[in-house]
Design a binder for this molecule. Structure first.
Ligand code: HPA
Length: 271
């Protein structure tokens, strides 16, 4: 993407929305409930925003939503983009760059993930404390845009410790069980084999999924405060692996979604 592209995208958005959003939100598969808590002020379809990724069939509903949650101004991506859909890493993370240029300081993400840690169960939540990137391409590869951030960004604490502590306190007050651990990002779209689950667990991951890490890398490159949480939709026990269908994953995500939405909502209120 060229500097001119960013300017054109921002100029288009600014025709319709002139306020400064403080918080960016990216919601995972089956986890769109937080959107219904936004007092919506403006919605822009991805298809009409210059240089935004052209939506694939699955995410043709993609919209950028501007509004308020309590006192906070937010911008939410309705319609997640995944690497397995065919986007390049630059396309996939372009909206995160744009949200930063619009003014956000904090980025909140959710996703559906499989539980590798045998102590973690389907339908529970895990706050992401760290990640392992197994995706085949890095969004920062190529010419570094120094206006956004350094060539070699630090990743010692990609997920904001203070936001993690606050989310844990919110969950405890609500009586919601939350774990904390390591998310490993894989390309997909197939789920993993038993041998792959065994290997991912051995390398130190607690959950596995197909998103989030590219957005977090780009967010940290730009110095955004980042928080992410996984809904555990299936148990990846290599010795007792059952076939999993996408419908099962979406059903578990939707059943757990209210607890996730509560944590995100209170976290935004606390900012
Ligand atoms: N593997 C990868 N991605 C996933 C899984 C899984 O088991 N469950 C939900 N997203």
């Amino acid at each position: 993407m060229k500097p001119q592209d960013y300017n054109e995208t921002i100029a288009y958005i600014r025709k319709y929305y002139s306020d400064t959003p403080e918080v960016g939100i990216v919601l995972g598969t089956g986890l769109g409930g937080l959107v219904s808590r936004i007092e919506i002020e403006k919605q822009l379809a991805y298809n009409f925003i210059p240089h935004f990724p052209i939506s694939t069939v699955e995410s043709h509903f993609g919209k950028l939503i501007f509004g308020r949650i309590g006192q906070r101004r937010v911008v939410a991506m309705q319609g997640r983009l995944h690497y397995y859909e065919g986007y390049s890493m630059q396309q996939l993370t372009y909206p995160i760059r744009i949200m930063k240029l619009l003014g956000i300081q904090t980025l909140l993400l959710s996703n559906a993930a499989g539980a590798l840690n045998p102590a973690f169960k389907r339908g529970e939540l895990m706050i992401i404390d760290d990640h392992i990137n197994l995706l085949p391409e890095n969004p920062l590869r190529g010419h570094n845009l120094t206006d956004f951030g350094p060539r070699f960004p630090d990743m010692s604490r990609p997920y904001d410790p203070e936001l993690i502590a606050r989310a844990e306190a919110i969950a405890a007050t609500a009586g919601t069980r939350v774990h904390k651990g390591v998310y490993v990002a894989v390309q997909g779209p197939n789920l993993e084999t038993r041998a792959e689950y065994r290997w991912l667990r051995q390398m130190g991951a607690d959950v596995v999924g197909m998103s989030t890490v590219p957005e977090v890398i780009v967010a940290r490159h730009m110095g955004l405060r980042t928080f992410a949480i996984s809904v555990l939709t299936d148990e990846c026990d290599p010795d007792h692996l059952e076939p999993v269908a996408l419908e099962d994953i979406v059903a578990v995500a939707q059943a757990t979604e209210p607890q996730l939405t509560h944590i995100m909502h209170e976290l935004i209120a606390s900012l």
